[in-house]
Ligand binder design. Structure first.
Ligand SMILES: [Zn+2]
Length: 342
């Protein structure tokens, strides 16, 4: 990718049009605040900034939970209370329209931010124990370990390319594997990961932001193999155009093994549903633990390193493409329909 010169694009960023809609009552997609430092062109300061934003966000979330503050559900895009106080799920179509309505034009010349979401790994019962959620397992290989390997390789590769990275949970210290230990339930752990993404998207509304949830799959038939990139959609319909464009470029750049394909599908995964429209969000299943060749490929350190390198090349290729065609996205945002939430 082309790393822009510091501050050269500042006037461009300030001249961007205002978002097309006023803020809704939904916290998770509310307007960025006035103090937001949305234009940071220095990679080192952006890297420090996003890490401190993560600490701030998790600390405040934890404090609310510790105090017994149950209003955390107001912060959620997974469910909300209806008039009678019952929890109801959002209609994914409504969520999608809301995301479009709150679209912020991306300035593709600003420093990109990558949020890596190592799947599973949340919930610690004792300091010496492992995570409660280890994901899928085959032949003694656990998804959480595969995912941690890919996360470490990708983090290193992105940073070496001058791209700032933040993780939704820690992977460096097994005993305290996750900051999500305060949120042992699966849905809460998923929620906080998506909320972190929303928080950063609000703080840096015009930066290109990627949310990449990393996983490994299993299937009954051991023949099934290969990588799949999922973006947000329902019933086969893509509901996140920008993420889909990213996936299409990305899938041409990496495969798990020689002669295996990487496909792009859409799915209504909660962690993708809760992403703002201007965040490029995908859930990547690198391969099948149930396939012996895939399993070997996903646990081979040099292979993982190579995949990470090609993966980052794919993201860079997408960024370069967008740097040449960004006006298309700004135009598309103004056509978003107005919606009423259930
Ligand atoms: Zn998984």
């Amino acid at each position: 990718m082309k790393i822009p010169l510091p501050l050269v694009f500042l006037p461009v960023a300030l001249a961007l049009p205002e978002p097309v809609a006023n803020s809704t009552t939904e916290d998770f997609l509310s307007q960025p605040d006035a103090q937001t430092s949305s234009v940071i062109q220095n990679q080192t300061s952006l890297q420090q900034d996003i890490v401190s934003q993560r600490t701030y966000f998790y600390d405040s979330f934890e404090q609310r939970v510790k105090k017994g503050d149950r209003t955390t559900d107001l912060y959620s895009c997974f469910s909300r209370k209806d008039k009678t106080g019952n929890m109801v799920s959002y209609n994914p179509i409504a969520i999608s329209s809301l995301r479009q309505k709150n679209f912020y034009p991306v300035n593709w010349n600003l420093q990109p931010i990558v949020i890596l979401d190592p799947g599973h790994g949340h919930g610690i019962t004792r300091r010496t124990s492992g995570p409660i959620d280890i994901g899928a397992s085959r032949q003694g290989v656990h998804e959480v370990d595969v995912v941690d390997g890919f996360t470490a390789a990708l983090e290193k590769e992105f940073k070496s390319q001058g791209i700032s990275v933040v993780l939704t949970r820690d992977i460096d210290e097994k005993a305290t594997l996750s900051r999500n230990s305060f949120f042992p339930e699966h849905t809460t752990a998923l929620q906080i990961r998506a909320e972190l993404s929303n928080h950063l998207a609000k703080k840096y509304p015009h930066h290109p932001i990627f949310f990449l949830s990393l996983h490994a799959d299993v299937f009954d038939e051991p023949q099934r193999s290969g990588s799949v990139i999922y973006t947000y959609g329902q019933n086969g319909e893509s509901l996140s155009p920008l993420s889909s464009q990213m996936a299409k470029t990305l899938k041409g750049h990496f495969s798990l093994r020689p002669r295996t394909s990487t496909s792009h599908r859409t799915e209504d995964f909660a962690v993708l549903r809760c992403q703002p429209e201007h965040v490029m969000a995908a859930l990547v299943e690198f391969g099948f633990l149930s396939n012996p060749q895939d399993r070997a490929a996903m646990t081979h350190p040099q292979n993982v390193k190579n995949i990470a390198r090609n993966f980052v090349k794919g993201i860079n290729a997408f960024l370069e493409k967008q740097q040449n065609t960004s006006e298309i996205r700004i135009a598309a945002a103004s056509n978003a329909p107005a919606i009423t939430l259930p």
